[in-house]
Structures are given as structure tokens and as C-alpha cells.
Design a protein around this ligand. Structure first.
Ligand code: BTN
Length: 267
């Protein structure tokens, strides 16, 4: 990735500081450290390659050189924004819906809470990490990994949910820097709608498995089965249970998989 071109492409965005790393362990680790050192709101860490990229649930995330987008955005929510903290998790996914669906015309869905699916295969994931000082919110890091070129698709076994990449679904190459600039512009545009019905409507409109029976697993608890009804303003997933009741599932260390499609693994 050409750093000068990168800086040029992101010039118009509210990114006061940017660290580009040709190779790093994990941009989320870098961003969390930078946040602790006082990084400003909107500071961005981006790497061409990660050697210890991290996904949700302590999984590894594959970022070989030249093929993917791996970045971590540091946000310092205002008090008003912090009252909608759970909705931050949707910002990168909604931004990707705009770019993949709106710009590239691909059929894109959000697998709750924030995986991005193209034709029911995973093309991108988000790892949100929040930093607290006692009970005061310091800030958060939104780590986003996007499989663009075929090399970015992990070989079997690394991810349980079937992976794909944007170029395979699109049938042509995409410009990484242009793609990144579009995603970040869309993310900042969605940020303005935190707490507003418009954000929740979009999250629900693009929610995968809506009306379908899924199994949701949280650590140390039996799997819960229910029909997906939608996402709540709290970011929780509302399920209709088989006994006629309803249940709200909090994001976190949760896996979700559709029941009907038994060959699809968890993620
Ligand atoms: C997931 O789907 O499990 C989330 C994957 C998040 C990967 C990104 S790549 C950039 C940032 N740095 C990391 O180590 N992880 C996130």
C-alpha cells in the first residue's frame, strides 16, 4: 500500500492522525496502546499485513500482505454518543453495507452483531474494544478486517463461518485505498445517526437470518434457539422462543448460526 496515496485519499475525512504500518502484530493492539497514550478521536491505525491479527472469541484473523484491509479506528465518544455505546458496533457494518451494496451493487447482509456477509459467506468482521477508566469511558477501538483479494481468504479451519472476499463476489479487482476511503466516509456519516431510528432501521433491514430459526451460544450457557425478530436500540438481538416467549441476547462472546443450514459453522 502506498502511504502517500493513502494519506491523500483520506485527507477530507475527520482523521486527525494516522499511523500506517507495512507490517504489525495487530492494529487493535496498536490502537489500544495509542488510545492509552492519548490518541485523538478519529485517529487511525492501518496495516498492510498483520502477523497476530485478532478476531472475536479469541480467534485469529488472517491478514497477508497486499490483499486485505485491516484497520483500527480510535473513537472518543461524546457523552451523548456514549449513551448509545452498543450501537457503535454497527457503524463499520453499516458502512460496509453502503459500500458493498450501494456502491458495488453486491447483496450484503449483517450477521448480528457485526459480521458482514456476501451471499451468506463472511467477507468482513469487526472487533470492538472498549477502554474504561474506572466507570469512565476512555474511548473505543473499532478494528475492521475486510477480505478484498482472494489471498485474504483464510484456508479452511481458521474461520468456522465460510469465508469469501469482495473480489471473488464481484468478479473484478477493487482498489484498496479507494475502498478504505469509502468505508471510512460512510462510517463517519453513520456516526451522526447514533441513537436515531434511521440507524436501527438500516441495521434491521440488512440483518441476516431475520425470521429464521437460529441457535445462539454464550459462554457457559446452553444454546438458545429462536426466530430472529430484530436488533433492539440496546444492540441486543430479539428472539422469539419456541415456548411463545421472547428473549433478548446481548452481544459479546456470542455465536450465532442458522439451524436450517446445518453445514454452516459458527462465528
Ligand atoms: C471477527 O470477525 O472475528 C473480527 C475480525 C476483526 C479483524 C480486524 S483486522 C484489524 C483489527 N486488528 C485486529 O487484530 N483485529 C481487527
Amino acid at each position: 500500500m502506498d502511504e502517500t496515496g493513502l494519506r491523500e485519499a483520506l485527507k477530507g475525512l475527520p482523521i486527525p492522525d494516522l499511523r500506517y504500518l507495512p507490517v504489525t502484530g495487530s492494529t487493535n493492539d496498536d490502537a489500544m496502546a495509542w488510545l492509552a497514550e492519548g490518541a485523538p478521536d478519529g485517529a487511525l491505525v492501518i496495516a498492510d499485513q498483520q502477523t497476530r491479527g485478532r478476531g472475536r472469541l479469541n480467534r485469529s484473523w488472517h491478514t497477508p500482505p497486499g490483499a486485505a484491509l485491516a484497520f483500527s479506528l480510535i473513537l472518543r465518544p461524546t457523552e451523548e454518543e456514549a449513551s448509545h455505546l452498543a450501537q457503535f458496533t454497527a457503524l463499520p457494518s453499516l458502512a460496509l453495507v453502503d459500500v458493498l451494496g450501494g456502491h458495488y451493487g453486491l447483496p450484503v447482509e449483517i450477521k448480528w452483531p457485526n459480521d458482514v456477509l456476501l451471499r451468506r459467506k463472511k467477507a468482513a468482521g469487526v472487533l470492538n474494544e472498549v477502554s474504561w477508566n474506572e466507570d469512565r469511558l476512555n474511548g473505543l477501538v473499532q478494528g475492521v478486517g475486510i477480505n478484498l483479494a482472494p489471498d485474504s481468504v483464510p484456508a479452511g479451519g481458521e474461520q468456522l463461518y465460510p469465508p469469501t472476499c469482495v473480489e471473488a463476489e464481484l468478479g473484478r479487482p477493487v482498489d484498496r485505498v479507494d475502498f478504505l476511503a469509502r468505508v471510512l466516509a460512510a462510517l463517519f456519516a453513520w456516526r451522526v445517526h447514533l441513537g436515531q431510528p434511521r440507524l436501527l432501521e438500516a441495521w434491521n433491514r440488512h440483518l441476516a437470518f431475520c425470521g429464521q430459526v437460529v441457535a445462539v451460544r454464550s459462554p457457559g450457557r446452553p444454546a438458545e434457539r429462536g426466530t430472529v425478530l430484530g436488533v433492539e436500540p440496546s444492540g441486543q438481538l430479539r428472539l422469539a422462543l419456541e415456548n411463545g416467549g421472547e428473549h433478548l441476547v446481548a452481544a459479546g462472546d456470542v455465536t450465532l448460526r442458522p439451524i436450517e443450514n446445518s453445514q454452516v459453522g459458527e462465528s
